[in-house]
Design a protein around this ligand. Structure first.
Ligand SMILES: Nc1nc2c(ncn2[C@@H]2O[C@@H]3COP(=O)(O)O[C@H]4[C@@H](O)[C@H](n5cnc6c(=O)[nH]c(N)nc65)O[C@@H]4COP(=O)(O)O[C@H]3[C@H]2O)c(=O)[nH]1
Length: 738
């Protein structure tokens, strides 16, 4: 027992420092020696003032305090200790035994009261009890403080996580969620705790989320990771993408109730999860993906995606025995607008064109930007050509209205080539290529129209390459020839003009006609050089005939739409005329209606410049192109050429010829000259004469012939053809080169 006491005393000695305060030094000394004998570290103070002084500098665990002292009494010392060392316990030892004094001391914070004279054992037991209690409180406070620090640290770690950390109960209700949820999704942890996690799942991902959590094989070692969209609140984005990793935890290892920070359902947490915000990554991926398969300017599918969809559509079409259409669209005049107004305007135009084209399409059709001003369109599952024609007409019509680019009003047209599966090809590449070929046919025939691919258009690519190479050589070697077809005044039989028609004297293949190579010349841009040679040759030859007695002889030349479109068209033509010293008044250029309608404003400006120097303008193939006749009185037009097809219609019945009648009447009304082409029979000639159409050309008078023959003819007939018999070519034996 004695040794146990000694041990305890030892402990107390280490733990407890006691201040003994009494104004009777003898009593204080006795008390101090008693306590010291129990191993306490004791300091004596013989007045209240001295005690307060000591309390300012030395730390005490316990003060044994006399209440009644002169100057500064025990209550004042208690107050001082309370302010300086609140953790120091106080036991009052006093002769004061009244209830008032005791209760006053206890109210002021004294832990116990011992009355003088004290029983040493009772005193030691009281001191020990108080000291033990003090040390327990201290230890508890210590643990509490460490717990708080630890909790704060963990809360800091969890809340500072860049990810959302959460726990769910067995039913999927949030038991805990860190504060990251607030900055990422706009919810507070408190409002979500107790709610089912479905509450924040995007509707499209609810099934996926619930399935993933209920999967049988997930565990801490085999957590479930999935990408899911979570709903946001108060954000520009309705949802954000998260990569969530979740796994079950042992149900009893964690209990969480609503008193805990972060709220709670009061249920055991069964799942632990981390949600990482991958929105930026997903968006970057989506953008890269989009970029790989779309054109960023128009946001349309690009060539790669178009081909992919076409491939699928062909497979589907083959299986279902269905037709499909591939259209190749090329904007007319885009280059000129782009060059004159700049690329920014060009881009705006492409976007506006895209918007209009899209209004003509059905769901399931694929419009793609193939590059530059080229678009392709896939119409899957069509019934036949008519479906495609209808869409093509719609597309052409929708682009007819002007586009407003800043303060500029511009007009574009579109040339559309159509290839129908399976007639125009079985493979993706073949269909695209054939639609492209058909598109070039439209371009060559005056643009702003559509046509279907047909086998006759198809020229094998090696053949095309060879032909292009040969044509370049032909230009170098001057193999192009100009043939002339007389234009005759039907009432006087005089040759009033000559239409220059190009031929190619091919070294191996003989004489080639325009249809054999002009399309290619237009596609390859060689048309400019072809024209230059034709014009130079024709100007040179015809000017000789003009000078040798045929002063009014007219030279009619055909111009390709590609040339007329060229910004330097007027200058180039004038240069050629001047270089050959050809009288401008004897020159007539033939253009088609479509060329005019492509860009009325531009073209009227160009034609006016040419007309100002005396060049005449004829509308070729009149009646076959654009239906608006409005342009006729707005442009400096001199001649209408009635298309061959209308002349052919002149047979026995007057009904068949009604279009010719109308055209001739209109030309007379507008005071325009009129010339009928393709006159082959005397019936046609007679009919036209009666109508008052006096200028004609055609096999009846003779086909286009080389310059030498024309020279002879002019000499012989003195430019007058009395009748076809006068020609070297017998009219009865009409020569056709087609
Ligand atoms: N069936 C029939 N046909 C007749 C008759 N009379 C003339 N023809 C043919 O009809 C075409 C008339 O020329 P186009 O309509 O201007 O049509 C021309 C013209 O658009 C174009 N072309 C011809 N030469 C040139 C040229 O130098 N430059 C340009 N850009 N185009 C040209 O090629 C087209 C075809 O020229 P060609 O093959 O020479 O064919 C010529 C001519 O030979 C007839 O009584 N019956």
């Amino acid at each position: 027992m004695a040794s146990e006491d000694t041990n305890r005393q030892h402990l107390y000695r280490i733990a407890a420092r006691i201040l003994v305060v009494d104004d009777e030094p003898r009593l204080a000394g006795a008390l101090a020696s008693l306590l010291r004998s129990y191993g306490y570290d004791v300091t004596e103070a013989h007045s209240g003032r001295h005690a307060c002084k000591l309390a300012d500098t030395v730390h005490f665990d316990l003060a044994l305090l006399d209440l009644r002292m002169p100057d500064v009494d025990g209550f004042a010392v208690m107050a001082h200790l309370e302010s300086q060392q609140p953790e120091c316990g106080v036991v009052v030892i006093s002769g004061e035994s009244s209830f008032t004094a005791v209760s006053r001391a206890l109210r002021r914070g004294a832990l116990d009261y011992i009355r003088k004279p004290f029983d040493p054992e009772e005193l030691i037991a009281t001191v020990k009890g108080v000291v033990d209690k003090q040390s327990l409180i201290k230890a508890h406070e210590n643990i509490q403080a460490r717990l708080e620090t630890s909790e704060a640290l963990h809360r800091y770690i969890v809340n500072s996580s860049p990810d959302i950390v959460f726990m769910l109960d067995a039913d999927g209700h949030f038991c805990f969620i860190n504060s990251k949820i607030e900055s990422l999704l706009g919810y507070t942890p408190d409002e979500l705790c107790g709610k089912h996690f479905r509450h924040i799942l995007d509707d499209r991902d609810v099934a996926k989320g619930i399935y993933a959590l209920n999967a049988p094989d997930i565990s801490a070692d085999n957590p479930r990771t999935m990408e899911i969209r979570l709903k946001t609140r108060g954000s520009r984005r309705a949802t954000r993408h998260f990569e969530i990793t979740a796994f079950p935890i042992a149900p009893q290892s964690w209990t969480h109730n609503s008193s805990t920070r972060g709220g709670g359902s009061g249920h055991s947490a069964c799942y632990y999860g981390i949600a990482r915000d991958v929105t930026e990554r997903k968006e970057a991926e989506a953008f890269i993906n989009f970029q790989a398969y779309h054109d960023l300017l128009t946001r349309l599918p690009n060539r790669a995606l178009f081909k992919d969809r076409l491939e699928l559509a062909i497979t589907h079409g083959r299986r279902q025995k269905q037709k499909l259409a591939v259209m190749f669209l090329d904007l007319d005049r885009f280059k000129v607008i782009n060059d004159t107004l700049g690329h920014a305007m060009g881009d705006q135009l492409l976007q506006a064109v895209t918007q209009r084209l899209e209004t003509c399409l059905r769901k399931g059709d694929t419009l793609s930007r193939f590059g530059g001003d080229e678009f392709t369109l896939l119409l899957p599952s069509i019934h036949g050509k008519e479906d495609a024609s209808q869409i093509a007409r719609k597309l052409i019509k929708t682009l007819k209205a002007p586009f407003l680019l800043g303060e500029h009003e511009v007009f574009v047209g579109v040339s559309i080539g159509i290839a129908i599966y399976p007639e125009a090809g079985n493979s993706m590449d073949q269909l695209i290529q054939n639609a492209d070929i058909a598109m070039y046919h439209v371009k060559a025939r005056g643009k702003d129209n559509y046509c279907f691919f047909s086998e006759s258009m198809s020229v094998d690519s090696t053949y095309r390459l060879n032909l292009e190479r040969d044509l370049r050589l032909a230009l170098e070697r001057e193999e192009l020839r100009v043939f002339y077809q007389p234009q005759v005044c039907a009432s006087t039989n005089r040759i009033v003009g000559l239409e220059a028609l190009v031929r190619w004297q091919h070294p191996e293949r003989g004489l080639l006609y325009p249809r054999d190579f002009l399309g290619l010349a237009e596609e390859t841009g060689l048309i400019g050089l072809v024209s230059e040679q034709v014009l130079d040759q024709a100007c040179m030859e015809v000017s000789q005939w003009i000078r040798s007695g045929h002063p009014d002889l007219r030279l009619a030349v055909n111009l390709s739409p590609v040339e007329v479109d060229h910004p330097r068209f007027v200058e180039t033509l004038m240069d050629r005329v001047k270089a050959n010293r050809f009288p401008a008044g004897n020159l007539e250029i033939e253009i088609t209606e479509n060329v005019i309608m492509n860009d009325l404003e531009q073209i009227s400006q160009k034609l006016r410049e040419l007309a100002n120097i005396g060049i005449r303008i004829a509308i070729d193939d009149f009646g076959t192109g654009y239906s608006s006749l409005n342009y006729l009185h707005r442009l400096p037009i001199h001649t209408l050429k009635v298309d061959q097809s209308f002349v052919k219609a002149i047979r026995s019945s007057a009904d068949d010829a009604c279009i010719v009648n109308a055209i001739v009447a209109m030309a007379h009304g507008l005071k325009l000259e009129i010339i009928a082409e393709g006159v082959e029979t005397d019936k046609q000639l007679e009919y036209l004469r009666t109508l008052g159409c006096h200028q004609v050309q055609g096999f009846f008078y003779g086909p286009a012939q080389p310059a030498t023959d024309i020279a002879k003819l002019l000499k012989k007939t003195k430019a007058t053809l009395r009748c076809p018999i006068d020609l070297e070519t017998t009219p009865a034996k009409i020569v056709r080169h087609s």
